[in-house]
Design a protein around this ligand. Structure first.
Ligand code: SF4
Length: 721
C-alpha cells in the first residue's frame, strides 16, 4: 500500500478493529493497534522489499556478486534517506517563521519604531475528547509559541542586510566618518597579492568608516561611544531597548548591568546591520558558533552560507576564525550579511601578514590589523593579553602544553624576543582604539588547559588573575569586556571555575568553550563539552562557545555546524531552566502538552531541530495518519503509557474521582499516603474536564506551567501516634 493512501479512517473511527480478535475493549487502544499494524505494513510496502532483519533471521543469504549484502544495502539506503532529511532545514523553514513586533521608543536623541524579531511557531488545537460520562469536551485552540530569533532578514548575500542602526548612531551626534585605512592587498594574503585582487571583492553598499568624534582643538576623542559609556551616563539607547524587548525584561536591567560591566552588547558602530543583543548572567544564556576558512579548505561563499546556517539554528554570535586566503574580504562578506555580532582573533590575520612567523610580529603590525577590523565592523575581538612572559614556563610540564593558537603564538614571541607581550604592554592603547568603535574585549584564555591533566593549574589561574587586572583597566576606559574560559575541566571543578572567574573579574561576563569534561571521546566532543557547558552556564557563564563533533579532528562542515549549534542550544536552555530564568520553561511546557495530547506535528515544530525529529519519527511510521496516532513505534500501541494514562482519566475521572475510588478501597485519605507520607493534591484539576484524554495537561494550565498539583504533607500513622 503506498504511503499516501494510508487509511486515515482507522484513526477517526470509533469502531474496534474486527480483524484483530485480541483487540482490547478500549476503543482508543483498538484504534491505535489497528493503526500501528497498518503503518507497519505501509512501511514494508513502501520499502518494496522484505524486511532485512526478517531475511537475516531466516538464514536467507542474499550476498550479491559484489560482496554487498542487498539487505544491508537496502537498510543503509533507508538510513541515508533519514540522515539526509535530518541534515536539512525544510521543515524548520516551513514552520518556524521570523516575524517582527513593533516597539516604540524615544530618548533625547530621537523617536524610534523598533522592529523586534521573534520566531513564531503556530500550534494546532487540543483535540476534543469524550469522557466516560459521555460528555464531549470540545477542542481548544492553542496560541502560537514565540521564541528568540537570530536568523535576521533573509536578503540576497550580494546586497547584504539593511543597516538598521545607522540612523540611531547618527542621531547621537557623537561620531564622525573619515577616510579610513587604505586598502592593502596584504590584508587578503599572499595569493591576493599575486593575483592583484581578492578572489571575490565585496560589491555591495560601501560606507566610509565611523569613529568617535574628535575634538578639533585637541584631536582627542570627545568621549567613548560604547554602550557601557552610555549606560554609565544614564543614557538608554535604542540598542538597549531593542535588547530588553528580545529578552522580555525591563530596559533598566539592561542599562544597569551594562554600566556595572556584568553584561556586554558587542555592537561596533561600523556593523550597523547587527541586531542588538546582550550577554550577561542575568539574561538568556547565549551561544557562539565558530567558523572561518583555513589554508586548506573553504571559500567565501561557503563561509557566508555557514554564517546563515548557524544563525538559522540559533547562534547568537559568530566568530570568524579564518586563517586562509582572502581573510579581509571573507570578513567583509560576513559582516555585511550578519545579523549577529561578529568576533575575531586579530592575531590570526596578523600572523598571516608575517608569513606565519611569530617572531616577526610587532605591536605596530598588530595595531594596524586591529584598526582594519574595527573599521570593517568587528564587534568583539579575542585578545590574549594575559599570556605573560613569566607564565610561559608554567606550561612546560603540561601534558598538552599551550593549546590556544593565540596563546602559543604570544608565548613564542615572548620567549624569542625576551620581552613582555606587546598585547599586555600596549593594552591601554588597545582600549583607546576600542572605545572609538565600541569593540568589546574578549580577553582570551591563552593558557587554558587542553586536557583534564592540565586543568586548574598555576598557568590557568595566573593568567586569569591578569585578565582580572585587564578587565578593570578596560572598564576604566568604558570599554566592554568578556572573559574567555577553560577548555578541558573535570566536571566536579566546573562550578569552581565560574565562581573564581566571577569573584576575580567582578562579574564580567564569562564566555567559555564547553568546557569538555572528558578527553576520551573524539568524535563526540560536542557532547563531552555540552555536559560542562550546561553546568558552567547554570552557575553563571553568560555565553557558551559551541564545540562540534569535529573538535580535535578537523574543520567543521555544514552538518557539524548544525549539530554543534543545536547541542549548545540545548545546553544553554537547560542552564536557563536550572537558573529559573523567567519564562525559560515555556517551550518545554508547550512540548509536554503537545506530547501528551499526541499533537505530533506540534512536537516536531517546537523542537530545536524539527527536521531531525520528523525524520526519526517517520523512519518507522511515515504515514500522514500516524501524526495523530496515540503511540509511536518506541512502545507501540499496547504499551504506550501516555495513551494508557489518558484512558485511565477517560474511564475513571480526574484526581477527585480517582481519589474517591482509592479511598473506597483503602480507606479515607489512604491514596498515596504510603509514599513517604506525601500525597498528591490537585489544584483545580478536579473537574471532569481535566480527566479526559488530551486535557490532563492542557486544560486550565497557564503559559507558565504544566504542573497541575502540589504535594501536601499528610500525617503518617506513626507520627500521628
Ligand atoms: S515513546 Fe511515548 S508516545 Fe511513543 S509509544 Fe511510548 S509512551 Fe507512547
Amino acid at each position: 500500500m503506498p504511503i499516501q493512501q494510508f487509511p486515515t479512517s482507522q484513526f477517526g473511527s470509533d469502531s474496534v478493529n474486527p480483524a484483530d480478535p485480541a483487540a482490547p475493549a478500549s476503543p482508543d487502544v483498538a484504534r491505535a493497534m489497528a493503526a500501528f499494524e497498518a503503518a507497519k505494513s505501509v512501511a514494508t510496502a513502501a520499502d518494496g522489499a522484505p524486511d532485512a532483519n526478517a531475511a537475516a533471521s531466516a538464514h536467507e543469504c542474499t550476498c550479491g556478486a559484489n560482496g554487498v549484502d542487498p539487505a544491508d544495502a537496502k537498510r543503509f539506503a533507508k538510513q541515508h534517506k533519514v540522515d539526509d532529511q535530518a541534515r536539512g532545514s525544510s521543515r524548520r523553514d516551513a514552520v518556524q517563521k521570523r516575524i517582527t513586533r513593533p516597539v516604540h521608543f524615544e530618548n533625547a536623541s530621537g523617536s524610534y519604531d523598533l522592529e523586534i524579531p521573534f520566531t513564531e511557531i503556530k500550534l494546532s488545537d487540543t483535540p476534543s475528547f469524550t469522557l466516560a460520562s459521555g460528555r464531549t469536551v470540545p477542542s481548544k485552540p492553542n496560541a502560537p509559541f514565540y521564541d528568540y530569533n537570530t536568523e535576521g532578514p533573509q536578503t540576497d548575500p550580494k546586497d547584504g542586510l539593511p543597516a538598521i542602526r545607522l540612523q540611531w548612531i547618527a542621531d547621537r551626534g557623537d561620531t564622525e566618518s573619515y577616510e579610513g585605512r587604505a586598502r592593502d592587498l596584504a590584508d587578503d594574503g599572499r595569493r591576493a597579492e599575486q593575483r592583484g585582487e581578492a578572489s571575490k571583492e565585496w560589491r555591495g553598499a560601501k560606507r566610509a568608516p565611523l569613529r568617535a568624534a574628535t575634538d578639533p582643538q585637541t584631536g582627542e576623542t570627545k568621549h567613548p561611544v560604547t554602550q557601557m559609556w552610555y549606560a554609565r551616563h544614564g543614557i538608554v539607547t535604542p540598542e538597549m531597548r531593542y535588547a530588553a524587548a528580545r529578552e522580555d525584561c525591563d530596559v533598566e536591567l539592561v542599562r544597569s548591568e551594562l554600566a556595572a560591566g556584568r553584561a556586554v552588547m558587542p555592537l561596533n558602530i561600523n556593523h550597523p546591520e547587527a541586531e542588538p543583543m546582550i550577554i550577561g548572567e542575568r539574561f538568556l544564556t547565549k551561544l557562539n558558533a565558530n567558523m572561518g576558512n583555513s589554508a586548506v579548505t573553504s571559500s567565501i561563499d561557503e563561509e557566508v552560507a555557514k554564517l546563515r546556517w548557524a544563525t538559522k539554528w540559533g547562534a547568537d554570535t559568530v566568530m570568524d576564525l579564518s586563517t586562509g586566503n582572502d581573510i579581509h574580504t571573507t570578513r567583509e562578506w560576513i559582516l555585511r550579511n550578519s545579523p549577529v555580532p561578529i568576533g575575531t582573533v586579530p592575531m590570526y590575520q596578523a600572523l598571516e601578514k608575517v608569513q606565519e612567523d611569530p617572531s616577526k610580529l610587532s605591536w605596530e603590525l598588530f595595531r594596524d590589523t586591529v584598526i582594519e577590523q574595527c573599521e570593517q565592523g568587528v564587534d568583539y575581538m579575542t585578545i590574549h593579553a594575559g599570556v605573560l612572559l613569566r607564565y610561559v614556563p608554567l606550561t612546560a610540564n603540561r601534558v598538552t602544553g599551550i593549546v590556544s593558537r593565540g596563546g602559543s603564538i604570544m608565548a613564542q614571541w615572548c620567549l624569542t624576543h625576551h620581552r613582555e607581550s606587546f598585547l599586555y604592554t600596549h593594552f591601554d592603547e588597545l582600549c583607546e582604539i576600542f572605545q572609538k568603535y565600541d569593540v568589546c574585549f574578549s580577553l582570551g584564555d591563552g593558557l587554558r588547559p587542553g586536557s583534564l591533566a592540565d586543568a586548574n593549574d598555576r598557568a590557568q589561574y595566573a593568567e586569569l588573575m591578569t585578565l582580572a587586572e585587564l578587565t578593570q583597566r578596560a572598564w576604566d576606559h568604558d570599554v566592554q569586556v568578556m572573559i574567555e574560559g577553560p577548555g578541558h575541566v573535570p566536571f566536579d571543578t566546573v562550578r569552581m571555575n565560574i565562581e573564581i572567574e566571577k569573584a576575580l573579574c567582578k562579574g564580567a561576563p564569562f564566555y567559555t568553550l564547553g568546557p569538555l569534561t572528558t578527553d576520551a571521546a573524539p568524535g563526540y566532543d560536542h557532547i563531552t563539552s555540552a555536559i560542562g557547558a550546561t553546568e558552567i552556564a547554570r552557575y553563571g557563564t553568560a555565553m557558551l562557545c559551541y564545540v562540534t563533533p569535529k573538535e580535535h579532528l578537523g574543520l567543521p562542515n555544514k552538518d557539524d555546524v548544525k549539530t554543534g549549534v543545536i547541542t549548545y542550544k540545548i545546553a544553554a536552555h537547560a542552564a536557563d531552566i536550572a537558573k529559573h530564568h523567567p519564562g525559560a520553561r515555556r517551550r518545554d511546557d508547550e512540548m509536554s502538552r503537545a506530547r501528551f495530547e499526541f499533537r505530533w506535528d506540534d512536537q516536531f515544530n517546537l523542537s530545536y531541530d524539527p527536521d531531525t525529529a520528523l525524520a526519526y519519527h517517520d523512519d518507522t511510521l511515515p504515514a500522514g495518519a500516524a501524526k495523530t496516532a496515540h503511540f509511536c513505534s518506541m512502545c507501540g500501541p499496547k504499551f504506550c503509557s501516555m495513551a494508557i494514562s489518558q484512558n485511565i482519566r477517560s474511564e475513571f475521572g480526574g484526581a477527585t474521582e480517582q481519589r474517591r475510588l482509592a479511598d473506597e478501597v483503602l480507606g479515607e485519605n489512604a491514596a498515596g499516603a504510603g509514599v513517604g507520607g506525601m500525597t498528591w493534591d490537585a489544584d483545580g484539576a478536579e473537574d471532569e474536564a481535566s480527566a479526559g484524554a488530551g486535557a490532563g495537561l492542557g486544560a486550565g494550565a497557564g503559559a507558565g506551567g504544566v504542573q497541575r498539583g502540589v504535594f501536601r504533607k499528610v500525617a503518617s500513622p506513626k507520627s500521628s501516634r
